[in-house]
Design a protein around this ligand. Structure first.
Ligand code: GUN
Length: 287
């Protein structure tokens, strides 16, 4: 039976560390969360982000715009937040309504406030990071950052391991593949056109599932003793389930993350960490 990687507990610890630092800061870090439309799932995520921000003593601003808001209006909001000294991090909740071009909106966030690391400049920085990069200054996307912390919490080293990432999104699949590579894993990225997915996943010492399909990874796809990370959040009639069939896979894996209570809470904790990082970087730029 696999050992559980308790994302909720790890996230609580991370938020606690951030809170201690924020308490000592004269100017509190500020996070702005922008949401367009009223997608029920996004609403829950946005509220959780706001709550976590307030809980650690940061300044929080939530901007909810109607579904039919024009691109120009959304950009106006971003520009206002870019110029607001109270705000260190800006997050635009995705997915956005279809009439808005995600890349245009994300690229309007100034790179110094891109708390999600969705901007192409910051993703580029991540891609070219090497041993000369100051890891404490590098902004890393929240979900992949949380995933690395969860893998490292097992005490197993990543270097030399075979890692298989299922999914190639800009938010999770691509950046987690880069981070695992940076930690010296041998990385394979699988996707909808992969010929024999099971043959690939069976080689994985570390498996990251980020496909958005409920219970997609079954027990017969897991190598015995593997570290299995489930980044899926799928709403089904049976409630929220991940991309990994937990009942089956926990019989075979060495370590596994639950859904809920795994990657989700860590993503939010990393968002709070990133807000603090941007506030510190912003303060040192002003000196
Ligand atoms: N939608 C799903 N996950 C995320 C995330 O980490 N950040 C933003 N901005 N939107 C999301």
């Amino acid at each position: 039976m696999a050992q559980l990687i308790d994302g909720k507990a790890l996230a609580k610890k991370t938020r606690g560390n951030v809170k201690e630092i924020v308490e000592k800061m004269k100017t509190k870090p500020g996070l702005a969360v922008v949401m367009v439309g009223d997608d029920p799932a996004s609403k829950i995520y946005v509220s959780s982000k706001e709550k976590a921000c307030i809980e650690v003593g940061m300044y929080s601003e939530k901007v909810i715009l109607p579904e039919n808001t024009s691109e120009e209006e959304v950009l106006k909001t971003i520009h206002r937040l870019n110029n607001d000294k109270k705000i260190n991090g800006i997050l635009v909740q995705v997915p956005l309504p279809k009439h808005l071009t995600e890349s245009v909106i994300i690229d309007a966030i100034c790179v110094e406030k891109d708390v999600d690391c969705f901007h192409k400049y910051n993703l580029g920085q991540l891609l070219v990071a090497d041993e000369h990069t100051n890891a404490n200054e590098l902004i890393v996307p929240c979900t992949p950052k949380g995933i690395i912390e969860m893998i490292e919490s097992t005490g197993q080293s990543i270097a030399g391991k075979k890692a298989v990432v299922v999914g190639r999104s800009n938010i999770v699949g691509k950046p987690i593949a880069i981070l695992l590579l940076e930690k010296n894993a041998t990385v394979t990225v699988c996707h909808s056109r992969t010929k024999d997915l099971k043959a690939e996943t069976l080689t994985a010492d570390i498996l990251v599932a980020a496909v958005g399909r409920p219970n997609f990874i079954t027990g017969d796809m897991i190598k015995k003793g593997a570290i299995v990370i489930d980044a899926g959040i799928n709403r089904t009639d049976k409630g929220i389930v991940g991309d990994v069939d937990f009942v089956q896979c926990s019989q075979v894996a060495g370590y596994i993350t639950p859904v809920p209570g795994g990657v989700g809470p860590m993503t939010i904790a990393c968002l709070i960490e990133n807000t603090l990082l941007l506030a510190k970087k912003g303060a040192s730029l002003k000196k």
